[in-house]
Write a protein that binds this ligand. Structure first.
Ligand code: CMC
Length: 379
């Protein structure tokens, strides 16, 4: 069989699906979920309302939203067997690995084969959206040697997650800002983890395997793992004066500056200025962070040196500063990205089930052919 188009490393510009979940204009810096601008959603919506929008394609009515929130609230608890399994994870293990294993473990408890049936889809969405934050918080407490705490039914989605993580009720501003962060990270067209989710979904395996495979893909430093590396980079730079030599050194040695660049955006990622403003609101209430000055200088120098190549801050550049100010440990930044992105993955899972054909691309073979088998003693 011959390939129908030229090979593009990283499948750049090759459509992998038809989708109506989200839209990006990388030249103008526009992101929309189901046609609604991200700035408007960040300002007016909540993460759960946005999740509903992404998955079911339209904003919920008041009754629909209340019913969805209610179901999520009562499915937050995880089975004691999953909690006990997580207790056996090494505390030095990365929380993304713990999340991948525990998301996959949900599939042990619920039916295997995916069905394009509305009640099956609803049940899977509710379980995953409700339980993923509980598993992230449980691993955090257990690796510190503590027992995980139960979700609180009187708290909203984001406030409850921060409560389970820190064992105290969060400040309302911090909870609202955290919820906006989830909205901003909920979906982003055909990125690597979403592609991974769709490929896995196309085999009709269960949604827990779909999410587990997407979590594994998100973990890498070129994707969701970049937010963690941004903070490590700012710590390494250490002062505003060190920014220019650090960036020049990266450029000279062709090493990537974390939190910059994007396959699609050739201007500043529209989520970055929103996150920047959220960071500033937190600094105003809870005190300044000297890493913000370093970050601003990094942005200035990178724009000066690499702006002509279309390299600007992406979503990961300022998100870490927001989470850091909330006292969240650096290695939880990517699991938090996953908590949000579950919404997008599940929207694509549902869409894939609706028009499914198994993914089976081709390849361009570059190896030898017709080689003899050489007996081991003659090699
Ligand atoms: N720092 C320095 N140079 C860069 C960067 C960067 N962060 N990103 C791209 N470039 C340069 C790259 O060196 C190349 O230059 P040249 O053409 O001279 O060889 C050119 O820009 C194209 O780079 P690429 O790696 O081919 O671009 P890509 O579309 O394959 O990769 C990317 C996109 C996001 C993986 C990449 O920009 C990168 O590695 N960024 C750093 C990691 C990061 O912040 N990732 C988060 C991405 S956004 C959120 C998410 O997906 O989770």
């Amino acid at each position: 069989m011959t390939a129908i188009c030229e090979y593009k490393p990283g499948l750049e510009n090759i459509p992998a699906a038809q989708s109506s979940v989200s839209y990006v204009d990388g030249q103008k810096g526009i992101l929309e979920y189901r046609g609604i601008n991200i700035e408007e959603l960040a300002d007016k919506s909540t993460f759960l309302e946005t999740t509903y929008l992404l998955i079911w394609g339209a904003l919920p009515t008041k009754e629909e939203l209340q019913a969805f929130e209610h179901e999520i609230r009562y499915h937050r608890r995880i089975k004691y067997r999953i909690r006990d399994m997580m207790k056996c994870f090494p505390e030095t293990g990365h929380p993304m690995d713990a999340l991948q294993a525990s998301a996959a473990a949900l599939g042990l408890f619920y039916s295997r084969r995916a069905l394009p049936d509305p009640s099956y889809i609803r049940q899977a969405v509710v379980r995953l959206v409700a339980k993923i934050p509980t598993m992230v918080a449980a691993f955090q407490l257990m690796r510190k040697g503590n027992d995980p705490i139960q979700p609180r039914d009187d708290l909203d989605y984001s406030a409850n997650f921060l409560y389970m993580l820190n064992e105290r009720e969060p400040d309302p501003l911090a909870a609202r800002i955290f919820d906006i962060c989830l909205t901003l990270h909920a979906e982003h067209t055909m990125n690597a983890s979403t592609f991974s989710a769709r490929v896995t979904a196309s085999t009709l395996t269960d949604p827990y395997a779909v999410v587990a495979s997407a979590v594994g893909t998100l973990a890498g430093p070129l994707h969701g793992g970049a937010n963690e590396e941004v903070i490590e980079m700012l710590e390494k730079i250490g002062s505003v004066e060190n920014v220019r030599p650090y960036i020049e050194n990266c450029i000279e040695h062709k090493s990537k500056i974390m939190g910059f660049g994007h396959r699609v955006y050739k201007v500043k990622d529209p989520r970055a200025p929103i996150l920047q403003k959220l960071a500033e609101q937190l600094f105003e209430k809870f005190g300044y962070d000297k890493y913000y000055d370093i970050a601003l200088e990094v942005e200035r120098v990178v724009e000066e040196k690499l702006g002509h190549k279309g390299i600007y801050p992406n979503v990961d550049f300022y998100s870490g500063l927001v989470y850091r100010k909330m006292g969240i440990p650096t290695d939880l930044f990517t699991p938090i990205f996953a908590i949000a992105r579950v919404a997008g993955w599940l929207a694509h899972w549902k869409e894939q089930l609706g028009e499914n054909r198994i993914f089976r691309p081709t390849q361009i073979y570059t190896g030898d052919r017709g080689m003899p088998y050489v007996p081991i003693e003659e090699r």
